[in-house]
Ligand binder design. Structure first.
Ligand code: NAD
Ligand code: DAU
Length: 348
């Protein structure tokens, strides 16, 4: 099976590629990634020599790049992870979120429609549903879409375009909406890796507002297994929520990180709140569990010591990100070919 993974140099995409190559001996994966600040080929160092994997540097919103890639490869499946993914950045400047998350998704859909595919999986987010009150039931697939940040609005718009391509053109699309991920290779601007790495450096841990906002945490491996099941058995035209029923207040997450590291709570620094900050997310994952037999294997508090160990053991990885050095990896290791040509590491 020929699979196009977009955004595979990011956190979840790189974990997904590693998972898929391990589990499916007959999958050939092309990773199309623009290598924005969040794209890091060091996330895939261990598999870059795998003959079933190839990397293409390019923008999903670039019609020409996408079209020629589809023409050359005859993909069976598209999994679209590529996105601007950080809420705070969307508040500072929504424009790149429109370009990648909305226009980029439409360009991929259009190429998939013209070239033909058997499945298009749009990796979306629970943030499209907006915010819950303390006593509200978790989001179900039929919950209203009420996005509150420019990031969430751009993902909701993309979801609607994916739906429209299914209804109008019969493209076999599926949307997945997952809750907050944690795991190895997460860019240290997101809550958990930022807190772990700041604590390791004895730097302040910035907690927004009163720290009582609730997120529903899921290990990235559980998310990747869910997407894999959706590719194999998900019904076209459907939406699947993905979440591990693991709600925690931010302050409790930060305290747990400090506890594992044996660092003092005096590192916690309350800072002004994020504008439009969603109070609570919670996902009802009954549908994917019943229809596809998916179940999470991890719970945040149990997984945290191992995760902290990973960030301790991979200090060079996150220090290179914090210092900006990871950006040189593509130029250093990959040949300087044009964006429309599949790149392979030098000397391979
Ligand atoms: P990330 O920011 O770590 O990675 C995004 C990747 O997309 C990067 O490699 C980046 O270079 C690439 N990219 C950005 N713009 C591109 C473009 N125009 N063309 C090609 N590549 C481009 O993001 P992540 O946390 O791994 O999230 C992946 C997907 O999962 C996103 O669609 C996000 O909305 C969704 N999601 C994330 C979470 C989470 O907790 N992180 C939860 C639910 C859903
Ligand atoms: O719910 C899924 C979403 O989870 C994904 O769609 C997004 O791509 C992903 O970034 C994430 O969004 P959040 O905004 O929930 O994640 P973030 O890690 O930015 O923040 C988690 C919570 O922690 C949120 O309530 C804000 C708070 N926070 C975050 C940072 C970075 C802080 O208190 N301090 C911080 O420094």
């Amino acid at each position: 099976m020929r699979v196009l993974v977009t955004g595979g140099a990011g956190f979840i995409g790189s974990n997904f590629i590693r998972h898929a190559l391990q589990v499916h001996a007959d999958w050939y994966i092309t990773n199309l990634d623009k290598l924005t600040y969040a794209g890091n080929l060091e996330n895939l160092r261990d598999i870059e020599g795998d003959s079933r994997y190839s990397f293409v540097k390019g923008d999903i919103a670039d019609r020409q790049v996408v079209d020629s890639l589809f023409k050359e490869n005859h993909f069976d499946v598209v999994v679209n992870f590529a996105a601007e993914s950080h809420v705070d950045r969307s508040i500072l400047d929504p424009a790149p979120f429109i370009d990648t998350n909305i226009k980029g998704t439409q360009v991929l859909l259009e190429a998939a429609r013209h070239h033909g595919i058997s499945k298009f999986v749009q990796v979306s987010t629970d943030e499209v549903y907006g915010s819950l009150g303390p006593g509200d039931p978790p989001f179900i697939e039929e919950s209203l879409l009420q996005p509150n940040s420019p990031y969430a609005a751009s993902k909701a718009a993309a979801d609607m375009m994916v739906r429209a391509y299914c209804r109008t053109y019969g493209l076999p699309t599926i949307v997945t909406r997952c809750s907050n991920n944690y795991g190895p290779y997460q860019f240290p601007e997101k809550l958990i890796p930022l807190m772990i790495t700041n604590a390791l450096e004895d730097k302040p841990l910035p907690v927004y507002g009163d720290g009582q906002n609730v997120r529903d945490w899921i290990h990235v491996e559980d998310h990747c297994r869910a997407i894999d099941l959706v590719i194999q058995g998900g019904q076209a035209g459907e939406v699947y929520n993905i979440g591990a029923s693991c709600e925690m207040k931010n302050l409790d997450v930060v305290r747990a990180v400090l506890g594992v590291l044996g660092k003092p709570e005096s590192l916690i620094t309350f800072v002004p709140d994020r504008p439009g900050h969603d109070r609570r997310y919670a996902i009802d994952a009954t549908k994917i569990s019943k229809e596809l037999g998916w179940k999470p294997r991890y719970r945040l508090l149990d997984a945290l010591p191992e995760l902290v160990r990973w960030y301790r053991d991979n200090e060079t990885w996150w220090r290179r990100i914090k210092a900006g050095e990871y950006k040189n990896y593509y130029e250093k290791v990959y040949s300087r070919r044009s964006a429309s040509v599949t790149a392979s590491p030098k000397g391979k």
